[in-house]
Design a protein around this ligand. Structure first.
Ligand code: BG6
Ligand code: MG
Length: 213
């Protein structure tokens, strides 16, 4: 089927911020005494802030009160936001800008489907918000990834069937969400998703729009 819409995950697909999330969660895990490396972080990619903290607690078999839970969520986000203060267009991942320009020129609809509650803020820092016909973020869904709601809402806003849209993802949870929703899932920038993604590219410079639309 001819592709009419592109839905992009944000952290790790459009911009380098997945690393900032890792550094911030590592700090939280250290505070809790939970061993946490890139390997453990792989399970957190793409999932919501709340689910990420739950996952770290589960990894370490640690139990904390509701108020401690809320305080950790806040301090993680404060630290994360501090770390991305200087974010700008030079932090876009390779091939992103060219693909946005090309797709826009061809009349293909563009959207963001992210678990992050900071998505609109980040798009503002990057100066690319105007490219997108729809931004569905962590504030607008009741079931976060790996549930497909975030991408289904995007396709609905486009007025297209999921099968008419590509989802670009760097996280296992996001690839699962795309597949469950009936989208063409494309893995990008994370070898960990190579096996499960329908198609995989090291970065978006390798993606050829003319092969799909
Ligand atoms: C996802 C990231 O996009 O958003 C996760 O892959 C992150 O690492 C999640 O935890 C939630 O982000 P935020 O900005 O709302 O804490
Ligand atoms: Mg991601």
């Amino acid at each position: 089927m001819k592709i009419k819409g592109l839905l992009f995950d944000l952290d790790g697909v459009i911009v380098t911020t997945e690393h900032n999330h890792f550094v911030a969660w590592k700090r939280t895990a250290d505070e809790l005494g939970v061993p946490f490396t890139e390997r453990e972080n792989e399970q957190l990619k793409g999932i919501s802030r709340i689910d990420s903290l739950k996952m770290i607690l589960k990894m370490g078999n640690v139990f904390i009160s509701e108020s401690e839970f809320d305080a950790l969520l806040k301090s993680k986000n404060d630290f994360y936001l501090e770390s991305i203060q200087e974010l700008n267009q030079s932090d876009l991942l390779p091939g992103v800008m060219d693909l946005l320009l090309k797709a826009k020129a061809q009349g293909i609809k563009l959207g963001v489907g992210s678990s992050s509650k900071n998505a609109n803020f980040i798009l503002g820092l990057l100066g690319i918000a105007d490219f997108f016909d729809v931004v569905v973020d962590g504030n607008g869904v009741s079931d976060p990834k790996p549930h497909p709601e975030v991408f289904l809402n995007g396709a609905k806003a486009f007025g297209f069937l999921p099968a008419e849209c590509i989802v670009f993802e760097d996280a296992t949870s996001g690839i699962q969400a795309a597949k469950t929703g009936g989208f063409l899932d494309i893995g990008v920038g994370n070898p960990e998703v190579k096996e499960i993604a329908t198609n995989y590219y090291n970065d978006l410079t390798e993606f050829r729009l003319e092969d799909y639309a």
